[in-house]
Design a protein around this ligand. Structure first.
Ligand code: ADP
Ligand code: MG
Length: 397
């Protein structure tokens, strides 16, 4: 689950991280009061969407020369003018895709005097099986370019879980970020704070880009992008309360209600599969035969008829889906239950695109019989290869 920058900063502030003063607003009417509550004379008006690259983003409704989604303002009037420009409009960044995201919230923040922009993130590094800091002196809006052109400027420091952030780790991080004096002292307290927040709140990613050294030599968290491990949310009611469903894919929200592992993708073949491994293999084989999956969908090992029907409805509700491949191995799950779920869903929502069903495993004969006798226009397949070829042919045909 992702949250907005201002929420992430609130969480980090709770752990003692240095963040600027700021006020989140949802209407232009609130902009003036918000700005007046800040020290000034420099303000920053920041679009709050669940995507990065806002500074370099462009608003669809504004002229291409208009400023981006993060703007400096030197007066209260300018804050109000930027807020008027941005609220309600659609911001397109490298991370939003071409359709962009509507800006419904702004964060009005105290402007900082920036000396240097650094990059810092914390993530679970699967190659070493540890939480790791990833840092670079080359922070700011071009970090992707740095990663691509000069990867040696990006340094990873893995943290031993039984020790936490040690003095040696701090020294490594300070050196990697070329911090000295007050900034290095700030680093000494900041790195363990960020690590603690990451671990305690079950974050999946904490990205501070930029972390800045200010003209006065102190560190400040200037941007914060945080996502949480969805499987751990049950123990963080405070974090759950920060969810902004308007930022999420409506199909993914519906899927999470049913406890389905569903991720929307860009292709046109909807997939309904049980088991993450089989779902991955199904997506791979669709690609092998020259098409693209519209989603990843794992209904899980023990899904009942209702869950299968819910998954089917979510997949068919996507207008990009031009064909559906149901690929189920009935282990714990029985093929006849799957068949009944699919049929129940088709009867309810109709079927306007080709459907290929490949069943294998427990009660497979019964499952096939139910599908064949349903009167539905279903193409049955014998194995995964056959199924993939058939659905790709049906969609591209
Ligand atoms: P994004 O990464 O989505 O583009 P950031 O929050 O990183 O958004 O802002 C982009 C740039 O705007 C930063 O790299 C920094 O140069 C500037 N900026 C952001 N917040 C402030 C602030 N409070 N004071 C001064 N400059 C800021
Ligand atoms: Mg940033």
């Amino acid at each position: 689950m992702n949250i907005h920058e201002y929420q992430a900063k609130q969480v980090l502030k709770g752990y003692g991280a240095p963040v600027a003063e700021g006020v989140a607003i949802m209407s232009v009417g609130e902009a003036e009061t918000a700005a007046k509550s800040l020290p000034g004379p420099l303000y920053v008006v920041k679009s709050q969407i669940h995507a990065g690259g806002r500074g370099k983003g462009k608003f669809k409704e504004l002229s291409p020369d208009a400023k981006g989604g993060v703007r400096l303002a030197k007066s209260i009037e300018e804050v109000v003018a930027h807020a008027t420009d941005m609220l309600g409009n659609t911001l397109v960044t490298k991370q939003t895709g071409p359709e962009g995201k509507q800006v419904n919230r702004l964060y009005i923040e105290d402007g900082a005097d920036i000396e240097r922009e650094l990059y810092l993130s914390i993530l679970v590094d699967r190659t070493v099986g540890q939480v790791a800091f990833v840092v670079s002196t080359e922070g700011g809006m071009d970090i992707e370019q740095v990663a691509h052109d000069t990867p040696e400027k990006i340094i990873t420091v893995a943290i031993a879980p039984e020790k936490g952030v040690t003095a040696a780790d701090v020294a490594k991080l300070n050196e990697a970020l070329a911090l000295s004096g007050d900034a290095a002292k700030d680093g000494e307290s900041l790195f363990p704070i960020l690590y603690k927040a990451f671990v305690e709140k079950d974050m999946a990613l904490l990205e501070v880009n930029p972390l800045i050294v200010m003209k006065d030599g102190r560190l400040r968290v200037l941007d914060a992008k945080v996502s949480f491990d969805g499987n751990a949310l049950f123990r963080h009611d405070d974090i759950k309360a920060l969810r902004d469903e308007s930022e999420e894919d409506s199909k993914e929200i519906e899927a999470s209600k049913w406890d389905l592992a569903y991720v929307a993708l860009d292709g046109n073949i909807g997939c309904m599969v049980n088991g993450a491994g089989l779902a991955m293999a199904t997506m791979d084989i669709i690609k092998l035969y020259g098409a693209e999956p519209a989603n990843f969908c794992d209904v899980g090992g023990g899904a009942g008829k209702e869950k299968v029907a819910a998954a089917f409805k979510i997949i068919t509700a996507d207008p990009a889906v031009k064909g559906i491949l149901v690929n189920i191995f009935g282990g714990i799950m029985k093929c006849d239950v799957i068949a009944e779920g699919v049929i129940a869903a088709v009867k309810e929502v109709g079927l306007t695109v080709p459907l290929v069903v490949r069943l294998e495993g427990t009660n497979v004969e019964l499952g096939k019989k139910i599908i064949n006798e349903s009167g539905l226009n279903v193409i049955s397949a014998d194995d995964l290869d056959d199924a993939a070829k058939k659905i790709v042919a049906a969609v591209q045909g």
